[in-house]
Design a protein around this ligand. Structure first.
Ligand code: AQP
Length: 327
């Protein structure tokens, strides 16, 4: 039995990529010894945002996590900004991280490219993510492929901190799914499906109604030729649809490919499978959203539990680096 933790950024509506690459695995992991899942709201401040929209997205993210199957009786569900220890440990870790290693983070390079304003927070956010993880003595971090590099940084920081100051932090590892670790945009199938894409035409949202899902899948970019084959290099569009269909039906993309000989049939089956997976989640979302006080109570309880664990790790880390006990 392990301790697991993972987080969801409220930078935009929850996507099918978030669900297939991460959320559905969190649901399977929640019966581990300890399981922590958080809405990483502070991370959402690193890129342009609008306060009113952020407020709505934080709530939507927490509701989506529960609607997808996270049960607050079985795991600790909380908001990052409710637990001040995250930003404090992040500072100790920022002083452990080097400018050079943060400059090598590919997500920073992608998100900062061509931007007029790049916040210092965008540069240091992987360190805050490391603090999110290291506060809870986590063994496993279930994430999509795009977050693997940040978990690797977390490991490096933990090892460096321990070698400088003593055995304080648990070194975690990333667990990345075999299928759908990087769901691609339906319009640009060489790019990751993302909540902050300029257009949502290629992004399926967890809360998209059935007719929207059908339309987006129908208009998905396919490749030249007519053969249905799993070949991400030569056929990125078709391979993405096969990945999505396989993940939604619990099989492998190569196996699914054998059942289809025409793009149109593959698209129809993919849309149907997604609607079947997402409709019950959407119904549960509507039920949960009808009782905001219940969500507040769940998040308050989760924050209390998280704080009780995080404060112990932080005290250990403060002491190890030579800070005095709090007066
Ligand atoms: N397209 C994806 N395929 C598979 N997994 C994905 N994840 C995200 N997109 C895909 C995984 O979902 C978890 C939560 O992601 P996040 O909230 O940390 O944000 P992100 O990784 O930066 O994803 P987004 O949706 O693209 O957000 P923006 O646009 O703000 O950057 C993570 O485990 C992630 O791997």
């Amino acid at each position: 039995m392990a301790t697991v933790l993972s987080g969801l950024q409220p930078t935009g509506p929850v996507t099918l990529g978030n669900y297939l690459g991460a959320l559905r695995h969190w649901v399977d992991e929640q019966d581990q010894d300890q399981a922590y899942f958080l809405v990483v709201d502070l991370h959402a401040l690193t890129v342009a945002f609008e306060p009113g929209r952020l407020r709505a997205l934080v709530t939507e993210s927490a509701l989506c996590m529960m609607a997808a199957g996270l049960d607050p009786e079985r795991c600790t569900l909380f908001l990052q900004s409710d637990v001040a220890e995250h930003t404090e440990l992040a500072w100790l870790l920022e002083c452990t991280a080097s400018f050079g290693e943060l400059s090598r983070m590919t997500q920073f390079k992608d998100k900062s490219a061509g931007q007029e304003f790049v916040s210092a927070g965008l540069f240091t956010y992987p360190v805050l993510m490391a603090a999110d993880i290291l506060l809870y003595d986590v063994d496993q971090v279930p994430v999509g492929e795009d977050q693997r590099q940040h978990v690797e940084l977390t490991r490096n920081l933990a090892v460096r901190f321990n070698s400088r100051y003593g055995d304080v932090l648990t070194v975690p590892e990333a667990t990345v799914p075999k299928v759908a670790a990087r769901v691609k945009d339906l319009q640009e199938p060489t790019r990751k499906m993302s909540a902050s894409a300029a257009s949502m035409a290629g992004t399926i949202l967890l809360l998209d109604p059935p007719e929207v899902i059908e339309r987006k899948v129908k208009r998905a970019v396919t490749d030249t030729g007519t053969e249905v084959r799993f070949d991400p290099q030569a056929k990125p569009g078709v391979s993405n649809l096969l990945t999505i269909l396989a993940a939604a039906t619990g099989t492998e993309p190569e196996a699914v490919a054998k059942d289809y000989s025409r793009y149109g049939d593959l698209k129809k089956a993919t849309a149907e499978a997604l609607i079947a997976v997402l409709e019950p989640i959407q119904a549960r979302y509507r039920e949960l959203a009808a009782d905001p006080a219940a969500t507040d109570a769940i998040l308050a309880k989760g924050a209390d539990k998280a704080r009780s664990v995080a404060s112990v790790t932080l005290a250990r880390a403060r002491d190890a680096v030579g800070l005095l006990p709090r007066h």
